[in-house]
Design a protein around this ligand. Sequence first.
Ligand code: C2E
Ligand code: CA
Ligand code: CA
Ligand code: CA
Length: 278
Amino acid sequence: DEALQAGSFWQRSVADDGNLERSISLMGELDAALAADQIDVYYQPKYDLRKRRITSTEALVRWRHPERGFVGPDVFIPLAEKTNRIAPLTLHVLQRVVRDVADWRVLHGSVTAAVNISANLLSDTAFNAQVEDILLTSGVPSTALVFEVTESAAMSDPTSAIAALNRYREIGVAVSMDDYGTGQSTLTYLKQLPLNELKIDRSFVQHAHVNRADSVLVRSTIELAHELGLKVVAEGVEDRACLDFLSACGCDLIQGYFISRPLPLGEFVTLLGEDFKV
Ligand code: C2E
Ligand code: CA
Ligand code: CA
Ligand code: CA
């Protein structure tokens, strides 16, 4: 029942962040923030190692809070997921992204944009209908979009999640498995989900060029993904040595501070215009 659920939610929040008051008021403010346009979207490039150019970008949400300053997604996304605000938030991001893609497509037609979709939203039929509506009325082809889905033991309803992903694939959206290696049902989902791309989590990538275990995991994951016909993105690449290692392993795309931090739209488009190469 609702009161009980609310009760356990607050308990978890307290356990999670140790600050009940902050969590409660943040969630009240998130609705207002959406209305007041305090929610921004930044873009972090994905760089194609063979084509030697930026071919895609990931939309990362930012909250400019008038009093608290910047509130990071690591704080408010988990709260939004627990309090049923993740659907409106994600739709807000998607709307922004299709508008921005339409903007840069004039000059950079092939650059796609990835949106993070919480796994539990996939079985939300009202959400899925609104996503289709946004895509079909956007004027941007669905093939310009990628949905990044985190493998998650919390995926409450795998059957309907798979159906939703199949539907997205049908209309042209590519599907990427995010944070690969950190979940609990890795191989099951790899087999079941209709994927185009696999993103190896930063925790494996960051030291892959200096740590024997990580290097073996990264190398064999790239091989496995290629055998399954998937593109591989390595996230969290922070230096040249790491890039060189990934390049030698046949990794397709890299993302991370070595290429660029997440940027506001204007700076991202400038970077595209500079024909940036590493
Ligand atoms: P993620 O999807 O794994 O996104 C990558 C995170 O790693 C981003 O943090 C990014 O800024 C950071 N990062 C990128 N390159 C590097 C690097 O080279 N080194 C290091 N140390 N970090 C790097 P951010 O923007 O704080 O986002 C955190 C998480 O919040 C994301 O993790 C994602 O799970 C979630 N998130 C962000 N935006 C959205 C959204 O619109 N919807 C949903 N559902 N989740 C979102
Ligand atoms: Ca992501
Ligand atoms: Ca990720
Ligand atoms: Ca990650």
